[in-house]
Design a protein around this ligand. Structure first.
Ligand code: HEC
Ligand code: HEC
Ligand code: HEC
Ligand code: HEC
Length: 431
């Protein structure tokens, strides 16, 4: 039974040639598996798929391709094993209804087999799965992988609404409406004594907000302002302010900027040579509101603002020095924080799809499909790559760029996609 209509003359797959280039094709004929015709693989010259980060692809090879050649008898054996040993967790038909347990139906067969071996060897750590596979032979794993790979995939998760093209800065902008009266719409202060927020690293801004909320940093106005703000909104707000255009005329300041400059050498190691800090948790001072700068230094000096480092430094400054330092830093040009603009879900998915296939429908036998996978499992997997608990060089690189919000959004995106199964048909080698 042959499903593919592409030129067969080019395609080949021989047992002595299994680690040659292989691309799978995603047409499914419902009867194909029942008829026992599995395993196509056809060849294209572009197998070394262009990868997101320029990472070289490792095509499935050797044993990993064996599930593609399973006969209908093998698949029946695989089904039997699945029913006795796997379906209590992975669900009847490979569609999981248990939290943290992935659906396996329609997952790419070489990927399933590769992961089963990884559990069995301990390369992928999970005690539940280790116990499930430790006594199984390689042959059994091949059969069960072939069985699950041929099932109809799960339906996409219902009732989650993922808008791929929403600008991630939009949520931040909306949440700053309540702040604009004092801090300005773009984070450039409208009120003497209220700090500019533009140009500050988002990590610093989040830490400051958290300190107000928890009472570590005392200011009644700010405590009241931050109390209703959720953590996710804090991140979005901080990113929004951090990435606004920081150019603005300096506020008029009393004191002597020249005298302040002479004192500022002592600050450069932490706050940057021109008052633009490169340490995420140390604030930039360049272009800051002068009244705020002076108040902050007085606060550290008299202990009303707690910070051991700054207390030591401000303790040595008299009133004139504080005024002059404030004048100096207020006159410097603020720069934008060195952070990447967050990607929209669609932009992010475009990167993931380079390996995981269009909308998470992998066409690579050894790369997992993500479409319609359980949301909680996608979240768990991505967080496991981020923490290093689950090891994969490709996913370590990809997950490293993700924020918590990205992980939530991209997981929801894939859980919501319609999954397409793949049938692999063997095509005779060209002589
Ligand atoms: C007691 C419950 C349980 C049983 C029984 C079980 N599994 Fe699992 N399985 C899990 C859990 C939980 C995970 C997720 C582990 C992780 O996060 O690495 C998992 C993960 C997997 C994965 C990884 C899927 C992916 O997308 O990476 C495969 C493949 C798998 N199981 C196959 C099987 C097979 C085949 C059997 C039967 C031989 C089986 N499991 C039996 C609970 C179970
Ligand atoms: C009524 C005026 C006012 C409003 C409204 C206001 N703030 Fe403030 N904000 C201040 C003042 C004044 C300070 C300085 C307080 C201090 O001395 O600690 C401050 C300080 C901050 C700081 C610390 C900056 C730094 O450099 O350490 C952050 C972050 C901040 N505000 C964020 C917000 C956010 C987010 C909102 C809206 C949800 C908001 N503020 C609303 C007046 C305001
Ligand atoms: C050893 C590192 C270090 C040095 C040196 C240092 N600072 Fe700081 N400074 C910090 C850190 C860290 C913070 C943030 C503390 C906090 O969270 O309240 C800070 C905060 C401040 C703030 C509050 C800014 C804001 O947005 O709220 C001012 C103003 C300030 N420093 C001025 C100075 C001046 C002026 C000097 C030199 C005389 C100086 N600092 C030297 C580390 C340093
Ligand atoms: C360079 C290729 C590549 C890119 C780009 C890539 N992935 Fe992966 N991904 C892989 C490979 C290979 C695996 C299997 C790794 C393993 O064995 O743990 C994987 C595994 C996963 C898994 C685990 C699936 C499962 O069933 O357990 C998730 C979730 C995932 N990727 C999500 C993503 C997301 C989200 C992105 C985009 C932000 C992404 N990937 C980008 C190659 C890639």
């Amino acid at each position: 039974m042959v499903i593919d209509t592409f030129s067969r003359s080019k395609a080949f797959l021989r047992s002595d040639h299994v680690n040659s280039r292989v691309v799978t094709h995603s047409y499914r004929a419902a009867s194909a598996l029942a008829a026992g015709a599995l395993a196509l693989v056809f060849w294209t010259s572009s197998m070394t798929i262009a990868l997101g980060q320029g990472v070289a692809n490792r095509p499935a090879s050797g044993d990993e391709l064996k599930p593609l050649f399973a006969s209908s008898a093998d698949i029946a054996d695989g089904e039997h094993l699945a029913q006795t040993s796997c379906s209590q967790c992975h669900g009847g038909g490979g569609v999981s209804v248990l939290g943290g347990v992935p659906s396996l139906a329609g997952q790419r067969p070489s990927y399933i087999f590769r992961e089963l071996r990884a559990y069995a060897s301990g390369a992928r750590k999970d005690s539940t799965m280790y116990n499930a596979v430790k006594f199984l032979s390689s042959d059994a794993l091949i059969k069960v992988a072939a069985y699950y790979g041929g099932l109809d995939p799960a339906p996409p998760a219902a009732a989650i609404d993922v808008k791929g093209d929403v600008d991630p800065m939009q949520a931040g902008k909306a949440a700053t409406a309540a702040c604009a009266g004092c801090h300005g719409e773009n984070g450039i202060s409208k009120m003497p004594g209220a700090p500019n927020l533009v140009g500050q690293n988002p990590k610093y801004l989040v830490a400051a907000m958290t300190a107000y909320k928890g009472g570590d940093r005392k200011n009644d106005t700010m405590k009241a302002m931050i109390a209703p703000v959720a953590d996710a909104s804090m991140n979005a707000i901080a990113m929004y302010f951090a990435l606004q255009n920081p150019k603005h005329p300096p506020a008029a300041a009393p004191g002597s900027a020249a005298k302040g400059q002479a004192l500022a050498a002592a600050c450069a190691s932490c706050h940057g040579a021109q008052g633009n800090s490169s340490v995420p948790t140390t604030p930039s001072l360049a272009g800051q509101d002068p009244q705020y700068l002076a108040a902050a230094l007085h606060g550290y000096k008299d202990g009303s603002r707690g910070n051991a480092t700054m207390k030591g430094i401000a303790g040595g400054l008299d009133d004139a020095a504080i005024t002059n330092l404030a004048a100096y830093f207020a006159g410097l040009q603020a720069q934008q924080a060195n952070v990447q603009k967050p990607l929209t879900v669609a932009q992010l998915a475009e990167r993931c799809d380079r390996c995981h296939g269009v909308n998470g429908n992998s066409t690579d036998v050894a790369r997992p499909a993500l479409a319609a996978q359980r949301l909680d499992y996608l979240l768990k997997s991505l967080n496991a790559y981020r923490s290093g608990a689950r090891k994969s060089p490709e996913m370590a690189a990809m997950s490293g760029i993700l924020t918590d919000d990205d992980v939530k959004n991209i997981s929801a995106f894939y859980a919501h996609q319609k999954a397409k199964s793949v049938v692999y048909v063997t095509i005779q080698a060209e002589k």
